[in-house]
Ligand binder design. Sequence first.
Ligand SMILES: NC(=O)c1ccc[n+]([C@@H]2O[C@H](COP(=O)([O-])OP(=O)(O)OC[C@H]3O[C@@H](n4cnc5c(N)ncnc54)[C@H](O)[C@@H]3O)[C@@H](O)[C@H]2O)c1
Length: 242
Amino acid sequence: MSGAVVVTGAARGIGAAIAERFAAAGWDVLAADLAPDVEQTAARLDGAASGTVAAAVADVASVAGRARVADALAALDAPPRALVNNAGITRDALLKRMTEEEFLAVVRVNLGAAHELAALLAPRLADGGAIVNLSSKSASGNVGQFNYAISKAGLIGLTRALALELAPRVRVNAVAPAFIATEMTDAIPDELRERFVARIPFGRAGAPAEVADVVHWLASPQSSYVTGQLLPICGGRSFGPS
Ligand SMILES: NC(=O)c1ccc[n+]([C@@H]2O[C@H](COP(=O)([O-])OP(=O)(O)OC[C@H]3O[C@@H](n4cnc5c(N)ncnc54)[C@H](O)[C@@H]3O)[C@@H](O)[C@H]2O)c1
């Protein structure tokens, strides 16, 4: 498959694994991230890739950042075929302590930037293109994460609405990882992490590469009749005992 993909939040974690998966399959990849480290991530992947892996240091929650992403995508040789909305943040707090700033920041990045990038880039995607949104098992609710849960539940609605609007030209799907070992989950206290892992039927956290394989499949022609769907990646957690 020749095509270019934008992966947001690609400096590290799941986003870096997704960028690596697409690069390994021969796509041109634009790795976009607020963190300047994305340049090192892209340079590391570019060395091993048959296509190009380029970086854009950009805050996708800002108009200027999204414009930088669009310009960098247009500079790649391959036609744009996919957008992966992976950039995400947490600002956890209980209802009584959550500030308006923490609430809005999470909704702004996790949901707002995904919508605005989709609006900007969907018309530029080649026919048969795809958008994949990183939702979360937390969309169904987590104590201390109502801002995050709202943003991830909103992504499911965005996925379904855009899938209808953009059909049949562009497919839109979402994945819902449960507990994946990255810097985001490293920030969770050990005792809580052990409790989460104990509830996963597979008995372990997922690896970023295990999310990347599914995201790549959802952007590839192998899933050509799949749109508007939410696919859990959870080691059985989403239907296991609570
Ligand atoms: N790790 C998990 O268990 C898990 C589970 C479910 C869903 N997710 C989702 O998967 C995605 C990736 O998670 P992760 O664990 O790799 O997170 P992470 O914190 O390790 O990486 C997120 C990346 O997004 C970037 N980013 C944040 N705000 C940005 C912005 N405004 N513009 C551009 N880049 C920005 C960060 O700089 C970082 O490189 C997130 O959307 C997260 O909510 C993760």
